[in-house]
Ligand binder design. Structure first.
Ligand SMILES: Cc1cc2nc3c(=O)[nH]c(=O)nc-3n(C[C@H](O)[C@H](O)[C@H](O)COP(=O)(O)O)c2cc1C
Length: 397
């Protein structure tokens, strides 16, 4: 089998290796998956301007994100339940991020304890929390993050309600100790995954209970259902007062919410639609980015994820004013392919592609980018200067 040369090669290898039920859990989104697809197609529709004879020797991709200097300008977004994909998932992601000189965000719904993941990759792990109904749980999470010397807390703002993921419903994907029977039957054709899953270490969750007791996967499923649909900005204010490190709020998709977040003192706005997994009636993240950058007006950093599959996507979001871009699914494709080495390969590919795209724009640093690097032919007339015209092709990516 030939080596993957791009992210989509890794994606196809992942599809071959995972049982359908597990691949669909990774790949799928809410309802018709329109938002999920538009994350990718809107980024692709945005074009960069080529500049020649500009001496692009000495490209430097290093960038500072929330006080940390990163060698690779691609971070890894928080993802829960990664133990389904690899037995050392979070540790492998964190180590690969550290080796590449970037950051991995540990999910609040991870099966691997934050302490363990942070210790495996000192300085390269941020932590994600949610505002759970039981305030003690939130506080416990913050304490744990502080003890682990985590510099940045990412607060998930888009999980007050859960969505309908129709692939999971059709496949019978539930949070049980073992996947649903239909999934197992299909899994018979994926012996490596089945061996790991059935005979590997039991998947438990220790960070989510008040008494520190490790929950099993079914209990975790019940816990995940206890969304706090009564969350307000007052909860963010309380956390802001309590958390001494940097604070980012994830799931901001409008200028109005971004302003509100700045007003309550967050350090970063994390533009995200959860990779299209939550609310399927909203725009792509790249199309929401310009109004948010404008509204924030330099008072906070702007991070963005959703649909980043090429280094040129990193150049595009930087040109639109984001400090950094993050990847979700692509990191898992690397993980499924070959564990930590696969994640390293994914980050290497994205870094190399970023350097090449940057050079073609005639720049040698990401800081030099501005909206002038974007081709006006891809901009919607009469609106925000840098508003990418959405050209939804509605093909499965
Ligand atoms: C399998 C999976 C699990 C996820 N779990 C979480 C999570 O626990 N917390 C969170 O804030 N976002 C979660 N997300 C969303 C990601 O953080 C990120 O926003 C999204 O994957 C980015 O889009 P991309 O996959 O197109 O790069 C998850 C995404 C996937 C694919």
């Amino acid at each position: 089998m030939s080596l993957p040369v791009n992210i989509d090669d890794f994606r196809r290898a992942t599809r071959r290796r995972l049982p359908r039920i597990v691949f669909d859990f990774l790949e799928g989104g809410a309802l018709d998956e329109i938002t999920l697809r538009s994350n990718i197609t809107d980024l692709a529709a945005l074009r960069l301007r080529q500049s020649v004879m500009s001496d692009v020797s000495g490209i430097d991709l290093s960038t500072t994100v929330l006080g940390q200097t990163l060698r690779t300008p691609v971070l890894i977004s928080p993802m829960g339940l990664l133990s389904l994909f690899h037995r050392d998932a979070d540790v492998a992601l964190a180590r690969a991020a550290r080796a590449a000189g970037t950051v991995f965000v540990h999910s609040a719904w991870s099966g691997a304890p934050l302490q363990k993941v942070a210790a495996a990759a000192p300085g390269a792990v941020w932590c994600q929390a949610a505002i759970w109904p039981d305030q003690r749980l939130v506080d416990q999470h913050l304490d744990r993050a502080e003890e682990a010397d985590v510099p940045v807390l990412v607060l998930a703002g888009d999980v007050a309600v859960s969505s309908k993921r129709e692939r999971d419903l059709r496949n019978g994907f539930t949070m049980q100790a073992r996947p649903a029977l239909r999934g197992v039957l299909n899994a018979a054709t994926k012996p490596r995954w089945v061996a790991n899953f059935l005979f590997g270490p039991k998947i438990t969750f220790g960070d989510q209970s008040i008494d520190g007791r490790a929950m099993n996967i079914r209990e975790m499923g019940e816990f995940m259902e206890t969304e706090n649909d009564a969350v307000t900005w007052d909860d963010v204010i309380r956390i802001r007062k309590r958390w001494r490190g940097k604070l980012a709020i994830k799931g901001v998709m409008t200028a109005q919410d971004a302003r509100r977040a700045v007003d309550v003192g967050v350090d970063a706005i994390f533009v995200s639609n959860h990779g299209g997994r939550q609310f399927d009636a909203q725009p792509s993240t790249v199309s929401a980015l310009p109004e948010i950058v404008q509204a924030v007006d330099g008072q906070a950093e702007v991070l963005v994820d959703g649909g980043i599959r090429r280094g040129s996507d990193i150049v595009k979001v930087r040109a639109l004013g984001a400090t950094a871009g993050l990847i979700g699914r692509p990191a898992v494709y690397g993980l499924v392919h070959s564990g930590e080495a696969g994640v390293t390969a994914v980050l290497d590919i994205l870094r190399d592609e970023t350097a090449t795209a940057l050079a073609f724009t005639g720049n040698i640093t990401l800081n030099a980018l501005s909206t002038s690097a974007l081709s006006t032919s891809a901009l919607a007339p009469g609106t925000n200067d840098a508003y990418p015209r959405a050209r939804h092709t509605l093909q499965t990516p």
